[in-house]
Design a protein around this ligand. Structure first.
Ligand code: VGL
Ligand code: ZN
Length: 232
């Protein structure tokens, strides 16, 4: 009996120490996990692959069980979308073009509505997710943000949804850190929400220093940078 008790006590030290070392974020009833664009197109083998994009899937699956509220998003373009280089004569992917609303980065054709490429990553396992919001479906305007299109006028409806449900704390993760995650986090702040980005549950495109720029803009906007290990 004595030996068993001693073994039990020492076995507790590991998990206990680890629990103390880990963070203490406990998402409450007003918190929502916003899982951004974890779609085949952004995973290795997709049309606009983000380096290590697949690595966020198990991290996000584990995180999701700590949230009562989860919203998923999908980049959801028309085939003739203005963000595709293929729709601008003489332009190649990753070049830019000046549009009515400003400078637009041109991308390979990606996330076309209804294709397997636009489907959510098959490894994503979040059956309790409550909403899937789509964006980028207006041919003439892009929308990195899952709140507000690049014309700064056309809205997705997500602000109203969160407001009606009393969801005031947003924890953002997904793909890509420096585009859709960053723009969504910044617009969530503009909507008056409390916003954190879970860094290791994201991966970046990092085009011409875009990742560093995104973190400084997010920081100025009052977005908190956290890690998945910060969660209790
Ligand atoms: C994204 C580029 C183009 C993203 C979407 O999800 O970050 N990036 N469309
Ligand atoms: Zn897109």
């Amino acid at each position: 009996l004595g030996l068993g008790a001693a073994a039990g006590a020492s076995a507790l030290l590991g998990p206990l120490g680890k629990a103390l070392a880990a963070g203490t974020i406990t998402p409450g009833p007003n918190a929502v996990l916003l899982v951004i664009d974890v779609q085949n197109c952004f995973l290795p083998g997709g049309t606009l692959p983000v380096s290590e994009g697949d690595q966020v899937v198990p991290i996000i699956n584990a995180l999701s069980s700590k949230f009562a509220n989860v919203v998923l998003t999908q980049d959801w373009h028309t085939a003739d979308h203005t963000s595709f280089a293929s729709n601008h004569e003489g332009k190649a992917p990753f070049e830019t073009v000046e549009l009515d609303y400003g400078t637009q980065v041109l991308w390979p054709d990606h996330c076309v509505q209804g294709t397997q490429d636009a489907a959510l990553a098959p490894g994503l396992d979040i059956p309790h997710a409550q909403l899937i919001i789509r964006k980028g479906y207006h041919s003439e305007v892009d929308s990195y943000s899952t709140f507000l299109n690049a014309d700064k006028t056309t809205r997705t409806g997500l602000t109203g949804y969160l407001q009606e449900r009393g969801l005031t704390e947003v924890y953002a993760c997904g793909l890509a850190t420096d585009f859709c995650v960053a723009w969504s986090a910044i617009d969530a702040r503009a909507a008056g929400l409390v916003v954190s980005v879970i860094e290791d549950a994201c991966r970046a495109i990092d085009l011409n220093g875009s990742l560093e720029a995104a973190w400084s803009t997010m920081s100025e906007a009052g977005v908190t940078r956290v890690q998945s290990t910060d969660f209790a």
